[in-house]
Design a protein around this ligand. Structure first.
Ligand code: ADE
Ligand code: ZN
Length: 351
């Protein structure tokens, strides 16, 4: 078990974690009862008979969209600032236990505002959970707001406007991303949204994870289910500095070379890719190709309550499949620290 001890102790950064995807079936049922949210009846979907049957259903997702159906129902139980606070804190406690030093957390504002929950309620709750975990565990945290690509760009523009104070004045949002159903919603649909976002100034905050750059940071999911043209568009049209998933990059040699040269980091989520049937097994992921080509990547849990594992489980799965050397693991850890969006002082502490 020395390799497991080594992987736990490795200074890890998580860059691809949807906080709503850390909602376990147990907490989901608890909050539904407490917040008086009607879940689908077991007649309509037998998976909702109990937390146990729901967890069992999660082992049989047929696609990203099949998962997203459950993901959006699940997060409908989140109503109050205290719900978001508890969710963020519980995830960060678990991440700290797995050896995560720095966590960048996605959230989906439109999935909450569409249900009548204010953006401020969501952001205040998440920030409070983050602040509690930062002081208790010494972990650093940042929030990345994702736009839902199945909704029109006009909705994303409105969301960006609503988040302006959180971005420019108090620095509680570090970056933006793009998620939800990938096909048929290519990045080009959101070109104007990202162009507007590039004009915003991110506040420099005092926290140890503060974004030293002054820029709002940009990423997007691309090349998870869709072909590499989505990755190319994200880089060329949205101007992202990171690609979430990006596993289909391996199919385009010239783009692969460019991504390596520009040090664009992929945030790879091995257990997610297996559960959503993007690949049949972790061994099928092009990680050996990425390492050999100098493509930087981090390893992440995506939606750990749905995909059967937190970040360390993803590290273990990669080790089982690829038997990386200590030097290669150190390279992965260093790329993750350097690719993080915290300031240089925090990176130096982790290196
Ligand atoms: N939302 C939550 N998880 C996601 C994923 N893996 N891909 C796209 N959207 C998501
Ligand atoms: Zn994701």
């Amino acid at each position: 078990h020395t390799i497991q001890t080594f992987l736990r102790a490795l200074p890890k950064c998580e860059h691809h974690l949807h906080i709503e995807g850390s909602l376990s079936p147990d907490l989901l049922f608890d909050l539904a009862a407490r917040n008086k949210i009607q879940l689908p009846s077991a007649n309509d979907d037998p998976a909702f008979a109990s937390p146990e049957t729901l967890l069992e259903r999660y082992e049989h997702f047929s696609s990203l969209d099949d998962f997203l159906h459950y993901y959006y129902i699940g997060m409908s139980v989140l109503l109050h600032e205290s719900d978001f606070h508890a969710l963020a804190y519980a995830y960060l406690r678990r991440a700290h236990h797995d050896g995560v030093m720095h966590a960048e957390m996605f959230f989906d504002p439109q999935a909450h505002t569409e249900r009548g929950i204010d953006l401020d309620t969501v952001v205040r709750g998440l920030r409070a959970g983050c602040a509690a975990a930062e002081s208790e565990f010494g972990i650093s945290t940042q929030l990345i707001m994702c736009f839902l690509r199945h909704l029109p760009a006009t909705s994303a523009h409105e969301t960006l406007k609503a988040a302006r104070a959180a971005i420019e004045d108090d620095g509680s949002i570090t970056g933006i991303g793009l998620d939800s159903s990938e096909k048929p919603f290519p990045p080009q649909l959101f070109e104007s949204v990202y162009a507007e976002a590039q004009g915003l100034q991110a506040a420099a905050t005092a926290g140890m994870a503060s974004n030293g750059s002054g820029r709002l940071r940009l990423t997007a999911h691309a090349g998870e289910e869709a072909d590499p043209s989505y990755i190319r568009q994200a880089v060329d049209l949205l101007g992202v500095e990171r690609i979430d998933h990006g596993i289909r990059l391996a199919e385009d040699e010239s783009l692969l070379k460019r991504i390596a040269e520009t040090k664009t980091m992929l945030t790879v989520c091995p257990l997610s890719n297996v559960r959503l049937q993007c690949v049949k097994s972790v061994a099928e992921l092009p990680l050996r190709k990425f390492l050999d080509a100098g493509v930087r990547f981090s390893l992440n849990s995506d939606d750990p309550a749905y995909f059967g594992g937190y970040i360390l489980d993803n590290y273990y799965a990669v080790q089982d499949a690829f038997k990386l050397s200590v030097e290669e693991w150190e390279r992965v850890a260093t790329a993750g620290i350097e690719g993080s969006w915290c300031n240089q002082a925090r990176k130096a502490e982790m290196l």
